[in-house]
Design a protein around this ligand. Structure first.
Ligand SMILES: [Zn+2]
Ligand SMILES: [Zn+2]
Length: 287
């Protein structure tokens, strides 16, 4: 069960590998650019080469890149939609240049236009990706959302439908399950029996074989609160028993875990990693 964190690229993208090694992790996630900017500034070739070389040496798997927050693949505004698809394609290109395994993306918001509209838009975006011959080297992973505002993708059924549609285009994509978002969207996971039922639901609605990554985050908001606020593992509304049950479950034995827990001090990542590793050790899982 590879374990890692979302880490910073401050000072150059290859520095993220050093941070991951310092934390003793074997998996990682990064933004490849400022997540709140539309600006496309290409990463210099030598930085990309350095990232790839360090990553190989550190034997990190998987490397996931998370797209910027501005991308809205189901916008009803044609200009924003076009801009989003362009940036999305650029993000996939960068992820592939970096040799990343996965590109994690949110789905955006159709702003009250409904699920069918959103599905049609996202299908169109993925068709463009396909036609540009992108998304083959780095697999696109759709992330479930908390359902705040009009955000699309809080239902795993919708995530499953998008993956089905992509498969029809000949594009194999998967999904990333964020525990905080799912809990905030109404999926229970605070005990062994709830986690067992959850994994059955995940399988039925989206297909466990397409689950490639788990964002392991506790939740500040309660069940079905629609609140996207991450909390330290075991200190939120999901609670430690939920994480114990999740990590212990043999169904997701090999699914990589990425922490996106709050970082107020340098001690926060090591502390959350310690909590997860302790649970893994209890279950005889190598961390
Ligand atoms: Zn995300
Ligand atoms: Zn997440």
């Amino acid at each position: 069960m590879p374990l890692g964190v979302h880490t910073s690229i401050a000072g150059g993208i290859s520095n993220s590998i050093d941070r991951i090694e310092d934390l003793g992790c074997d998996a990682m996630q990064i933004f490849s650019r400022n997540p709140r900017s539309w600006t496309l500034r290409p990463i210099p070739r030598n930085e990309i080469d350095l990232f790839r070389a360090k990553r190989r040496k550190a034997a990190i798997w998987p490397v996931a890149v998370h797209t910027t927050y501005l991308i809205n693949l189901c916008s009803s505004d044609p200009a924003i939609f076009d801009r989003s698809v362009s940036l999305f394609k650029a993000e996939i290109g960068t992820a592939e240049d970096l040799g990343a395994d996965y590109l994690v993306t949110h789905l955006g918001s159709p702003l009250g236009m409904g699920a069918d509209f959103a599905l049609e838009r996202i299908g169109r975006a993925l068709k463009e990706v396909c036609e540009s011959n992108l998304g083959k080297k780095a697999m696109i992973l759709l992330e479930n959302t908390s359902g705040s505002g009009f955000g699309f993708g809080s239902s795993l059924k919708d995530v499953g439908r998008i993956m089905d549609n992509a498969a029809l285009l000949g594009l194999e994509i998967g999904f990333c399950f964020d525990t905080c978002h799912a809990f905030a969207a109404g999926y229970r996971m605070s005990s062994e029996s709830e986690v067992a039922a959850l994994l059955e639901t995940v399988d039925r609605e989206a297909g466990l074989k397409r689950l490639k990554l788990i964002h392991l985050n506790d939740s500040k908001g309660g069940l079905n609160s629609k609140l996207d606020r991450h909390e330290h593992i075991g200190e939120g509304k999901i609670g430690l028993d939920g994480f114990k049950a999740l990590i212990a479950n043999p169904v997701i034995r090999r699914t990589p875990l990425i922490l996106e827990t709050p970082k107020k001090s340098e001690k926060d990542d090591p502390r959350n990693l310690r909590t997860v590793r302790k649970i893994m050790e209890a279950w005889g899982k190598p961390a």
